[in-house]
Design a protein around this ligand. Sequence first.
Ligand SMILES: C[S@@+](CC[C@H](N)C(=O)[O-])C[C@H]1O[C@@H](n2cnc3c(N)ncnc32)[C@H](O)[C@@H]1O
Length: 207
Amino acid sequence: MTAYGQSVNSLSTIEYITQDMSVSWPELNEDIRRLESKVDLIFSNFCFHYFNDKSQLLSQCRRLLATGGCIQAVSLLQHDLNQKLPANARKEWCLSINQQMDVWRRALKGNGFAIDVFECEDETYPMNRQQIIAFLPVIIATLKSKFETNEQFVSETRGLEDIMFDTMCNPVADWPNPNAWTQFLANKDVNEVVIRSKVLRLVCHKN
Ligand SMILES: C[S@@+](CC[C@H](N)C(=O)[O-])C[C@H]1O[C@@H](n2cnc3c(N)ncnc32)[C@H](O)[C@@H]1O
């Protein structure tokens, strides 16, 4: 993404830095730490959902922002797989949409942010067959940050494609289809699907 940014906008006034923002403050690149208390705007498009620890993320943002500086972000909320799973198969790491909004609320409050916009919106994304086949593994990969080891991630998400696909395409259905993905893959006549996601729109500022 950094390389892409550079390729489409190489103005000399823009500096691109690639940085894992989930690390602790002392581990951040010196060029980023130098911006402490100087940043006016942190803009993030579909990136914050990769951060498991929202409070740690917001604490880094707060440290970077100048007083009055703001965050404008759009972030996916994770699909609520548990509403489709039988009681004995529910995942304790999978939060409902309300629980995820609460996590965000607490993290914002805990880091002293004033909230200007805090909305959960329904988004729909029509996708062709090729796109969804490429996208489903990406969505499952966003769960990685919930686990300490790759082995845990692999074991907890093994065989999750059916329930994930069913939740994404048919989130309000009372009755789950435990073979949704397998059936989709087998039926080559289905060329388009519509994915539904909940998206958090956030604008907040540092007082
Ligand atoms: C879905 S892409 C969105 C990219 C871009 N904002 C856009 O709108 O096209 C998510 C981006 O989040 C970045 N990302 C994920 N985890 C990150 C982390 N810990 N620190 C920094 N960036 C991260 C990925 O590298 C990827 O570029």
